[in-house]
Design a protein. Structure first.
Length: 86
């Protein structure tokens, strides 16, 4: 459901104020084999100023969950932001 384009647009337009269709799902598996629930990426390389969006669905927020969420963010920083600097 969260990978449906309607849902992607609902989340990204409301949180980021971007037009519908700006984001699509990306590969959610990190280098170390862990994976976030959902990763949204800008559709076009022309949109390099837009950040990836990580969506995690969790019933109860625990310390372990927060540690995993931070690891996913570090993965995005290493993969996507470092590419921009090259």
């Amino acid at each position: 459901m969260a990978k449906n384009q309607f849902t992607i647009d609902l989340i990204t337009t409301s949180l980021l104020g971007v037009p519908a269709g700006t984001y699509t799902t990306g590969d959610n598996i990190s280098i170390d084999g862990t994976e976030c629930d959902i990763l949204y990426l800008p559709r076009s390389a022309d949109l390099a100023n837009l950040s990836p969006v990580i969506v995690e669905i969790q019933h109860t927020v625990t310390r372990e969950f927060m540690c995993r969420a931070v690891q996913y963010e570090i993965f995005c920083i290493e993969l996507y932001y470092k590419k921009r600097q090259q």
